[in-house]
Design a protein around this ligand. Sequence first.
Ligand code: SF4
Length: 69
Amino acid sequence: MSDSGACAGAGVCASVVPTRFKLVDGYGEPIEPEVEPDDQVLLAANLCPMGALRVTDAATGELLAPEDD
Ligand code: SF4
């Protein structure tokens, strides 16, 4: 999930994991709304400088990344 209001368009997500994130009108968006929380997706969420990417367990709502949120 991405928060376009928080996204600064730094492009880290699309650069680090271009198979999962893209830039749309300068803002990062996931290519698919639900994906497996693999290491690359978690890494992108943890590297986003704005904390605009939140990876949650679709079943439980548990926050998986960013770690320091
Ligand atoms: S890394 Fe974060 S701030 Fe940068 S484009 Fe992606 S969502 Fe936006």
